[in-house]
Design a protein around this ligand. Structure first.
Ligand code: HEC
Length: 328
């Protein structure tokens, strides 16, 4: 038995022995050299990129495993290339987001959240100046935290998203609000997510858009460039304009603001390429059935959100494709 007199000596010894060890470990980690980025692109990367964009724009969801294999092979050889890491992140988040395409989504899609967090973490450390990587990193942290019910990580993702928003508001106000569109409709975070969509519109229109009687036509067809390119359609996101209004309309329906939602949905028609948009029927249907969809959009129980019922764009098979799929 330990005598009372000897006990404090043991603690002191233990402290003396373990503290420097703990200190050494932390200092060694802190002092480790940072991973450095390379920008030199191997020829296989150029080929992989061609393949990625062809299949991504065509909506070939079933090609994701093959594309992941290609990019992971490249990553093993070039773990310091930010775009290779980011593509792996994008492929995982695409797989996770459009899981409705599986009909009966597999539980293993939760791994996609973990891997998209991991690879966007690598990409944004290697290229901290790309606000898209940071925004997707934050979104993946939140998605993973939601699966594992880790509130501390949800907060970490939320604050990183705010940081990403200040880096490129036109892009990340949408991204942040989009991930949060799945939160309960009565909560203050859902309200904030919806306000982030309005703020995107304010920035794109360069004026404060009326929240009750929105008007947008005057700005719809202007030429967006620079940071404002996130407001319009581009080679990367050929139907960004239409997809943005589809999601915002869904969020307004979920909030219960049906007349405003119908107006917002209808702005998608202002796009010059609306007639070629593969999801135009989905949007027209949304306008017709907004009232009916409302209770479905408020469903929070995962097992009740299914392909058999109406569901938010965020949960749908158009979650990424609404903006990225090229014309029919
Ligand atoms: C509301 C429309 C919209 C939705 C929905 C959307 N994106 Fe994007 N995406 C954009 C815009 C806008 C850009 C920025 C293009 C630019 O940089 O000019 C972009 C950029 C990208 C890029 C290119 C990044 C690069 O390296 O150039 C990829 C890849 C991508 N998105 C994948 C996705 C995936 C995966 C999803 C679904 C989880 C998704 N996007 C959802 C609009 C959207």
């Amino acid at each position: 038995m330990i005598s009372i007199r000897r006990f404090p000596i043991r603690i002191a010894l233990c402290f003396l022995v373990s503290f420097p060890l703990w200190g050494c470990a932390s200092i060694a980690q802190w002092a480790a050299p940072e991973k450095k980025a390379t920008t030199s692109a191997p020829v296989e990367f150029v080929n992989a990129e061609q393949e990625f964009w062809t299949h991504f724009h065509a909506g070939h969801y079933d090609r994701i495993p093959q594309l992941l294999e290609t990019y992971k092979r490249l990553y093993v050889l070039h773990p310091d290339h930010p775009v290779i890491a980011a593509r792996i992140g994008f492929l995982h988040v695409w797989h996770l987001s459009e899981r409705m395409r599986m009909g009966e989504p597999k539980a293993s899609v939760i791994d996609d959240a973990t891997l998209c967090r991991k690879f966007f973490g690598e990409a944004s450390q290697l290229d901290p100046k790309d606000p898209r990587f940071k925004g997707f990193y934050a979104a993946c942290i939140m998605a993973e935290a939601d699966i594992h019910q880790r509130e501390a990580d949800t907060r970490k993702g939320y604050y990183l998203m705010k940081d990403a928003i200040s880096d490129w508001p036109e892009f990340n106000l949408f991204t942040g609000g989009y991930v949060m569109s799945q939160l309960p409709w009565e909560g203050s975070l859902f309200d904030e997510a919806l306000e982030w969509q309005w703020k995107t519109l304010d920035l794109c229109a360069q004026t404060k858009v009326d929240r009750k009687q929105p008007e947008y036509p005057a700005y719809a067809t202007q030429d967006f460039s620079g940071a404002k390119r996130a407001c319009g359609n581009s080679a990367i996101a050929p139907h960004n304009f239409e997809g943005f209004f589809l999601n915002m309309g869904d969020m307004l329906v979920k909030k219960g603001e049906v007349p405003v939602a119908k107006k917002i949905y209808s702005f998608a028609r202002l796009s010059p390429s609306y007639q070629q948009w593969p999801y135009r029927n989905m949007l027209e249907d949304r306008i017709r059935k907004a009232e009916e969809n409302l209770p479905y959009f408020r469903i929070q129980k995962r097992e009740e959100i299914s392909s058999k019922n109406p569901h938010l764009m965020f949960h749908s098979e158009a979650a990424c494709m609404a903006c990225h799929r090229t014309n029919d």
